[in-house]
Design a protein around this ligand. Structure first.
Ligand code: WT7
Length: 697
């Protein structure tokens, strides 16, 4: 705890405490200090076709106060919308918790004693209510002309077949199932199938390498791995099954761990069966086993606090954290946030471009929308294939009303030019969303003016894997927007801006973003590592959940997220820890030591800049650089590859040997003239050496 606090404090105490513009020492181009270039406030006229759920800040404030003053009544009422096999205990508060390490172990419980099933609530409930024929998923493939439509009944039958298969392979409540698939309808179906029988799904983004997959498999020991033969992303073909095989081999070599069942969906759009690498006995073709399964399957009634899924995310150091969410709280929070944040209305066509490999794809592709009986679009491909108009072509094709994406995608499309947008009508759009990283003002205005034609509110939603669902966001038409601000906390979310001593600040201020009390969607633990959970979130500032983000609160009470204040880098909305990348670099024979920092990046938001010190005798070369980059791709994934490798004779260190990242950040960002106080350097000559060795870019 102490070490971590010191890291946080070192950001604050180094003459780099400029709280506005710079995000706590991590220079970040899109850091969203209030932007003055156009009107401060943006008010989007009401669409006469809809009455939004929340129509004023007063209405919101009343509901917000209720949610804080009497959470049992507030959440209890919202939870009534779902089917509970057995009601929660009403003789005790709806939520019990401890956020204070001094008072004992950290825990959070909601809806104790209640029994439910999230798959039942997302599928069966709607089918039983006569909505079986309503489209649930509208799938669009990587290449134009490939699409599929699944109704709620289709989805239920398909999900049941997968559940039956898992049951037949002896998967029971509490067992883990690893899902490593591209964005095809089978992915959310596999998640729901696990949830139905109480198996804990661990979805691994299909962009992760064999190595990264192996680490995640070895951490949670799944009974089954569900994957796909191959898939296309843009014009690239990815042989997913080959990666799975390599990964399972690593598991065997390393810890003698093997699985009995690997279920492989044959993706005929990308590969031939006979070309797929195969291990008889272990591997089964999806198409050989799933269609024969019964279309009705039993349900496991789950206690509210039983685990639903785990999802790995980067911490500031070390190996990824297996964030665990539980059934009851996550169900209610994901559904309620979806309903309010996207002002979900009957007839809406919702499209969130996130991949199910990330939390956004869990909460706003799968669970949130389906729990609300929404119709959603799923797209397998990328924004710029076959051209930068693809998203808008899909919007027109399915008459998408609500479109949710990440700033990095917005910036990519902005850079491709307006003509790709204007080629398509986008008339159906009524609401736009942004998630995953701070949205800079230029991208915000482009999204608003060009994509939304000034008639769609933008909900800039702030949250984290650990929070389960949206925590800070405008509610559309509820109050004026400010470009770059996520505005106000969602119901039940008690934000606190805390100073470096852990004291809460009031009014307009800047500091560490913390959360004071429990909300239903908070992660309950890290898989088999509750100590690390307490360490990561509750020990920095006692009594608070620490988000790891810095923020600013303005005079209107609006929140402006300034970015991470720990050693986490956000590349295109993907969380990567400096430690993860450094450990790959350090493992190279030729690398003596390394340090990784974030640099601003036009499209990705942040990029990775790596300083590497070579061992005696090794010489820098293009070839060496290529092999370093390749290792990062191999060990983590392509998205984690550094933009720059800077071969340096040494790293700036304090007398106690700690690397002074602040100096490295400045050098990486080209701010050599403003290196700040260098008096704590053990050897100040090293700075000149680093500057002299800087590669030209
Ligand atoms: C981190 C969490 C939110 C789900 C997807 C990412 C950054 C997220 C915003 C936003 C500014 C944002 C934060 C946060 N972040 N949304 N609207 N404005 N920053 O989940 O991978 O767990 O990353 O993403 O730094 O801590 P994640």
């Amino acid at each position: 705890s102490e070490a971590r606090l010191k890291i946080l404090l070192s950001h604050l105490n180094t003459g780099n405490t400029s709280f506005s513009g710079l995000s706590f020492g991590v220079p970040c181009r899109q850091a969203s200090a209030p932007q003055q270039e156009r009107n401060d406030y943006v008010i989007i006229p009401r669409n006469p076709m809809f009455t939004p759920r929340i129509t004023s800040r007063e209405q919101y404030s009343r509901m917000y106060m209720d949610s804080i003053q009497d959470p049992s009544t507030f959440w209890g009422r919202l939870a009534q919308d779902f089917y509970w096999r057995k009601g929660w205990n009403t003789s005790q508060p709806l939520c019990k918790y401890n956020f204070d390490v001094q008072r004992g172990p950290i825990f959070v419980e909601w809806f104790r004693g209640g029994y439910t099933n999230i798959c039942y609530n997302a599928l069966d409930r709607h089918v039983l209510a006569g909505k079986g024929e309503q489209p649930a998923l509208l799938w669009e493939g990587n290449d134009a002309g490939q699409d599929m439509r699944l109704t709620y009944q289709d989805l239920l039958s398909y999900t049941c077949q997968i559940s039956n298969f898992l049951l037949a392979r002896n998967v029971a409540k509490g067992d883990r199932v690893c899902i490593y698939m591209p964005m095809i309808p089978e992915l959310p179906c596999a998640m729901l199938a696990c949830a139905r029988i109480g198996a804990i799904h661990s979805v691994v983004f299909a962009g992760f390498s064999a190595e990264a997959l192996a680490g995640r498999i070895l951490d949670c020991h799944p009974k089954v791995v569900i994957t796909c033969s191959a898939f296309k992303r843009g014009n690239k073909l990815i042989d997913l099954k080959t990666i799975v095989d390599a990964s399972l081999q690593l598991c065997l070599d390393r810890e003698n761990f093997s699985i009995d069942t690997c279920l492989v969906y044959h993706n005929h759009r990308a590969s031939l069966r006979e070309d797929t690498s195969w291990k008889g006995g272990r591997d089964l073709w999806w198409q050989d086993v799933i269609p024969g399964m019964a279309k009705e399957a039993p349900l496991e009634w789950m206690e509210a606090e039983d685990p639903l899924f785990m999802l790995y995310t980067s911490g500031s150091t070390g190996k990824p954290k297996g964030v665990v969410h539980t059934v009851g709280g996550y169900m209610v929070f994901s559904a309620v946030t979806f309903k309010y944040v996207f002002d979900h209305q009957p007839g809406d066509i919702f499209w969130c471009t996130a991949d199910c490999g990330w939390i956004t794809g869990h909460t706003y592709v799968t669970y949130g929308p389906l729990l609300n009986c929404a119709t959603c679009v799923i797209y397998e491909g990328i924004p710029v294939w076959p051209d930068a108009g693809r998203y808008w072509q899909i919007v027109d094709k399915f008459k998408v009303t609500t479109f949710h994406t990440a700033p990095t995608a917005i910036r990519t499309l902005e850079a491709s030019g307006d003509k790709f947008v204007k080629k398509h009508s986008r008339k159906s759009l009524r609401l736009l969303g942004s998630v995953g990283e701070p949205i800079n003002s230029k991208a915000w205005w482009w999204y608003h003016d060009i994509v939304g034609e000034k008639r769609c509110p933008i909900v800039d939603t702030w949250w984290q894997t650990e929070t389960g669902a949206t925590m800070i966001s405008p509610l559309p038409w509820g109050w004026p927007l400010k470009p770059g601000s996520a505005t106000l906390p969602f119901f039940g979310v008690q934000l606190a801006v805390v100073d470096q001593n852990g004291n809460e600040k009031h009014g307009a201020c800047e500091g560490f973003l913390c959360i004071k009390g429990p909300w239903p969607g908070i992660a309950r633990t890290l898989y088999l590592n509750h100590d690390r959970y307490e360490q990561s979130y509750f020990k920095t500032f006692s009594g608070y959940y620490t988000t790891g983000d810095g923020c600013k609160r303005d005079n209107d009470g609006y929140y402006w997220i300034t970015g991470r204040i720990d050693d986490v880098i956000n590349v295109s909305g993907h969380r990567i820890s400096t430690g993860e990348v450094e450990s790959v670099l350090n493992a190279q024979d030729t690398c003596a030591e390394s340090a990784v920092v974030a640099i601003p990046h036009e499209v990705k938001g942040q990029g990775i800049y790596a300083f590497a010190v070579l061992v005696q005798g090794a010489t820098p070369s293009e070839e060496l650089k290529r092999s370093y980059l390749l290792s990062v791709r191999k060990e983590i994934g392509a998205f984690a590859a550094p933009e720059v490798i800077h071969w340096t004779p040494g790293l700036p260190k304090t007398r106690s040997g700690k690397v002074m990242r602040r100096i490295l950040r400045k050098i990486a960002c080209g701010e050599e003239n403003d290196l700040g106080d260098l008096s704590s350097l053990a050897d100040s000559a090293v700075v000149d050496d680093i500057l002299k060795s800087k590669p030209s870019q």
